[in-house]
Ligand binder design. Structure first.
Ligand code: MLT
Ligand code: ZN
Length: 477
């Protein structure tokens, strides 16, 4: 909610600069910006600023900086870790990127898209597809998440296994710094060794070093053929063995390789409309594989069929369905993409967006499952995720019919239990969702010493008054 507590001179200057569509101060107008997607945080803000251009954004940031007003950059507001939600002091303004929403240019020669921060990832993907190109970043929240947000959080998602994270796809950036100056790093070069790669500082900085306003993103030619299959497996070991089989035949063909536990799949098929299991019976776990190629012959189909045939023979899989049309392909993906929503509907959940080396995934899942089940009887262990790149969403859903607040009050105990096993296998406590405000408390023990101290020095150099997205990444002093 907003308490309209902007200093009067700042209020007047922002009103003149942004006009009525660009400045929201009423409680009703600002409420939805103050809560995160998971509804874990309820913040307050002095106003929501909606600049329509980099110039407006830079001037608004300069005005806020002059008045010492904290700023919280916000894109599609889909953070899983409260990364775009203000605290409850009501002092901060939220700077929403939604009105900076133009796709400026798609370049077929350079295979790039120049795009403003407020364009949703889905709109950007569709624009590329209309031109016969592919923007190879794909995440469950792509319909709402915007380009600025996915770059600021270095989003990963389904195609990391082949094309990397947002970082690998971001060639150029334009950033408004915390003092209102604009840093123009809009180069579309694959090679550029001219000092520190500054743009990389802002990718994954979660808006703590500046606000991304425009980006140049690397595209790929659109695939002409895709083959997608959902397979029933007995265990994560089998899912990984299946992944290895595809990789061995042709590593360049695998566009996505996803894992879904039986518990998580069961939540989707029971809680989401139009999501039925397209296999003859439920299995302990599932793998969703997508192959893609720019060749239009039937070589991908041959590859898919021969790997699956061999996997049947070796009893790696017990059942499989292959998409026979684009509609079927989309329904298989819908089952995967609805996992986060289904878990939300099932009650409170504690998300552990972790990564471990591929070889450690089975042992990690087994040990973490046992430890969590011992910690909270009845807890629903519902892991799924991007197993092909080592990223497991080791999510825990509250016991059925239990008290959600009581469950959430144990979130640190649960996260710490899982983190201990992640550490044992040299993994990361946040693979793709970032730190936000949910996981700041983990930073000293995971990234402490020289690593956190170096991050603090960079933050202090660019944002000496801690005005840009305060309370995120860094633990409270
Ligand atoms: C996904 O891959 O669907 C999200 O990143 C996962 C989540 O909800 O934990
Ligand atoms: Zn994910």
């Amino acid at each position: 909610m907003s308490d309209s507590s902007l200093p009067p001179s700042l209020h007047t200057a922002l009103k003149d600069l942004l006009g009525p569509a660009g400045l929201l101060t009423g409680t009703d107008d600002t409420a939805s910006y103050c809560t995160d997607w998971r509804m874990l945080y309820q913040g307050r803000c002095a106003a929501v600023l909606r600049p329509a251009s980099t110039e407006e954004c830079a001037k608004a940031v300069a005005l806020c900086a002059e008045h010492g007003v904290p700023m919280v950059p916000q894109g599609g507001n889909t953070s899983m870790v409260g990364g775009a939600t203000p605290d409850d002091s009501g002092r901060a303004v939220i700077i929403s990127t939604t009105r900076m929403n133009r796709i400026r240019h798609i370049d077929h020669g350079d295979l790039t898209m120049t795009v403003e921060a407020g364009v949703t990832l889905k709109a950007a993907q569709e624009a590329a597809a209309r031109e016969g190109l592919m923007l190879p970043l794909s995440i469950s929240s792509e319909g709402s998440a915007d380009i600025g947000g996915v770059i600021a959080t270095n989003a990963g998602g389904n195609n990391t296994v082949r094309y990397g994270n947002a970082r690998e796809l971001t060639l150029g950036l334009e950033v408004v710094l915390p003092d209102g100056n604009t840093l123009n790093l809009m180069r579309r070069l694959r090679k550029d060794n001219t000092g520190y790669p500054l743009r990389q500082l802002f990718v994954g900085a979660e808006g703590t070093l500046g606000l991304i306003t425009t980006a140049i993103i690397q595209l790929q030619p659109s695939p002409r053929s895709r083959e997608t299959a959902l397979c029933a497996v007995q265990s994560p070991e089998q899912a990984l063995a299946l992944f290895a089989a595809f990789r061995k035949h042709d590593p360049s063909a695998v566009l996505a390789f996803e894992y879904m536990s039986g518990t998580s799949m069961n939540l989707v098929t029971t809680l989401i409309d139009n999501c039925t299991l397209p296999l003859s019976e439920p299995a302990p776990a599932y793998a969703l594989v997508e192959l893609a190629s720019t060749r239009s012959d039937d070589s991908l189909r041959t590859l898919m069929e021969s790997v699956l045939e061999q996997a049947f023979e070796e009893e790696l899989i017990s059942d499989a369905v292959l998409a026979e049309s684009e509609t079927q392909r989309q329904s298989l993906w819908m089952i995967r993409e609805e996992h986060a929503e289904a878990q939300k509907r099932a009650g409170a959940s504690v998300k552990n967006d972790v990564s471990v080396p591929l070889s450690a995934i089975p042992a990690f899942i087994t040990e973490a499952t046992q430890r969590c089940e011992a910690l909270i009887p009845g807890i629903r262990v519902a892991p799924f995720g991007h197993i092909g790149d080592g990223n497991i969403h080791f999510n825990l859903v509250q016991p059925e019919g239990g008290d959600s607040q009581a469950f959430l009050s144990q979130d640190h105990a649960i996260m710490d239990t899982v983190a201990e096993i992640v550490r044992k296998y040299d993994g990361s406590f946040s693979a793709e969702h970032g730190v936000g405000q949910l996981k700041t408390y983990m930073m000293p023990s995971w990234r402490g010493g020289a690593e956190l101290a170096t991050m603090e020095k960079i933050k202090a150099a660019l944002d000496p008054h801690n005005l840009m997205n305060p309370g995120k990444i860094f633990p409270a002093a």
